[in-house]
Design a protein around this ligand. Structure first.
Ligand SMILES: [Zn+2]
Length: 96
């Protein structure tokens, strides 16, 4: 006696988009070149911040309501460009 199960075509629920790859928040570090830079957006203060979990480098810049984490990252690249491990900020330009 074989039971015949009525085959119900199960409606697949739409996945709730668990991760949105477009809005990545982890990027490559300019200093240590690892994907350990995490960007955060603070809508209240309109400040975007990022920090590398590896080398501890941090950056912050003003954002607007359209900004995403990737924009903070791009701002960081624009500001620092190719960041060298040698810190040039300590050397003050002698204007003499
Ligand atoms: Zn780093």
């Amino acid at each position: 006696m074989a039971r015949t199960r009525p085959k119900r075509s199960q409606f697949r629920r739409r996945a709730r988009a668990p991760t949105s790859p477009r809005l990545a928040t982890v990027f490559e570090c300019l200093a240590c070149h690892l994907h350990s830079v995490r960007c955060t957006i603070n809508r209240d203060t309109q400040i975007g911040q990022l920090s590398c979990e590896r080398c501890g480098i941090t950056f912050a810049c003003p954002i607007n309501h359209l900004s995403h984490a990737v924009d903070v990252y791009h701002e960081w690249i624009d500001t620092y460009g190719h960041l060298d491990t040698t810190s040039t900020s300590a050397s003050t330009s002698s204007a003499h």
